[in-house]
Design a protein around this ligand. Structure first.
Ligand SMILES: [Zn+2]
Length: 442
């Protein structure tokens, strides 16, 4: 009888157990601090339900995580907040009440947070992402102006020809304020005239180090991450550009954090870049694949199957890096629908040829001609844009070279030479450094 009662108790317990919500364990917590925004990622086997609220005086963010264990990785978050984090002072983790883990972020300033879930993709499981943006968005143009002392604006730049006479205006002219993209102004007459004072500015080259943050890009046999190599080459390239009279490099990504593909395009447009150079390192399943290649945008489909494959892979960066889909981006839709990019693509092709030629002096070329495919990051309607696959990170000997400081510099010098020879043959159209009230159509 007793035995039967015991059996009944065990049976009832078994019936009851599945109804109890098993707490979700955080398998990894990562923090990506950057001036643009600080991102915090919590990874888990199941999606996490959450609640977010802000408290003022002092500024704090509170996140309640439902049915989440306050286990190791979540607790380790406390020590992962760096003292130089631009927005987070510190974080506290505690069990607020049964079934609720509470994170309290002490902030350094007022912020605009975004909290969202990402579905499993690539190597990642479910991710809960907290993005902390400054309450007042950063203005890349102001940053550029501060970085650029007046003395550096060029008087003797050989490469800019002021647009003092009528020009071929197949190119549409675009005005945008630094923070919000403005409607595209198409010149419905055939000419666009810029005021003469606009010519006294350097050429601005947007240098885009591929990938970053959660999106590490391709990985070499010896664990080299594409995102680190591309940043190293981009930094070198900026340094060399800034030493070049009449030229100024702007890093689209300045550290190890994620920027959406469209965000990269926007930032280049905000600083009125004359060119956009996206730096990557290729990967293939077979380790012998090697060599450099240069790509331009194609609106009509890829020039080869491998170009299409590569563009698809590079375009997946947004999925892996993690874009908050709840934030609608009207700019992107307009760009894709509204513009003929023919003139810009022609310029991009010319630029790509010059750069490819120079790359051929320091590395085998993977393909002897410029290739085209639908790379999302090359979709600036008005900025000639190219994507350079510097070498194959999946090829062990090229991986070694990509990690080598001297080779990175060689690579950067080759890219710069290509850009210079492009401008020597195709003088830049002058763009205003400050946009407001400076653009006049005739
Ligand atoms: Zn890449």
């Amino acid at each position: 009888m007793l035995k039967n009662i015991a059996k009944l108790v065990v049976f009832s317990l078994l019936l009851w157990l599945p109804h109890a919500q098993a707490a979700i364990a955080i398998s990894s917590a990562r923090v990506w601090p950057a001036l643009e925004y600080t991102r915090l990622t919590l990874e888990s086997a199941k999606p996490i339900r959450y609640e977010l609220f802000s408290i003022r005086n002092p500024d704090r963010l509170v996140i309640d995580l439902k049915d989440v264990e306050t286990n190791g990785p979540l607790n380790e978050l406390v020590s992962k907040i760096r003292s130089d984090d631009p927005y987070i002072k510190s974080v506290r983790v505690a069990r607020f009440k049964p079934g609720i883990a509470r994170l309290v972020f002490d902030l350094k300033s007022q912020v605009k947070p975004q909290l969202f879930n990402l579905l499993p993709v690539a190597k990642y499981n479910h991710r809960l992402v907290l993005d902390i943006y400054p309450a007042i968005p950063l203005d890349p143009m102001m940053a550029l102006l501060q970085e650029e002392p007046a003395s550096r604006t060029m008087e003797s730049a050989p490469t800019i020809s002021p647009l003092s006479q009528e020009t071929d205006s197949k190119k549409s002219t675009i005005a945008s304020t630094p923070t919000t993209p403005q409607p595209i102004i198409r010149s419905n007459k055939s000419t666009v005239r810029l005021r003469p004072e606009m010519s006294t500015r350097p050429l601005i080259i947007a240098i885009d180090a591929g990938h970053g943050g959660e999106d590490s890009g391709a990985k070499g046999y010896n664990d080299t991450y594409e995102k680190n190599v591309t940043l190293a080459i981009a930094r070198k390239l900026k340094e060399l550009m800034d030493e070049t009279p009449g030229m100024h490099g702007v890093l689209i990504r300045e550290g190890d954090y994620f920027i959406s593909l469209n965000g990269r395009v926007q930032k280049a447009r905000q600083v009125r870049a004359d060119l956009f150079i996206s730096i990557h390192a290729d990967a293939f399943v077979k380790p012998h694949a090697r060599g450099s290649s240069v790509f331009a945008l194609s609106e009509r489909g890829a020039t080869s199957a491998s170009a299409r494959w590569l563009a698809k892979k590079e375009n997946e960066a947004d999925l892996i890096g993690g874009v908050n889909l709840a934030v609608k981006d009207p700019y992107l839709a307009r760009t894709l629908l509204d513009l003929s990019q023919t003139a810009t693509i022609n310029d991009s092709m010319k630029l790509a040829k010059h750069v490819l030629g120079e790359m051929g002096n320091i590395n085998t070329l993977h393909g002897n001609s410029v290739q085209q495919a639908g790379f999302a990051v090359l979709k600036s309607p008005d900025i000639p844009s190219i994507l350079i696959e510097t070498a194959f990170i999946s090829n062990p000997s090229e991986e070694l070279r990509l990690n080598d400081k001297d080779y990175q510099e060689k690579m950067a010098r080759a890219i710069l030479s290509g850009i210079k020879s492009y401008f020597a043959k195709n003088p830049a159209l002058s763009k205003p450094l400050l946009v407001q009230n400076k653009l006049t159509s005739t």
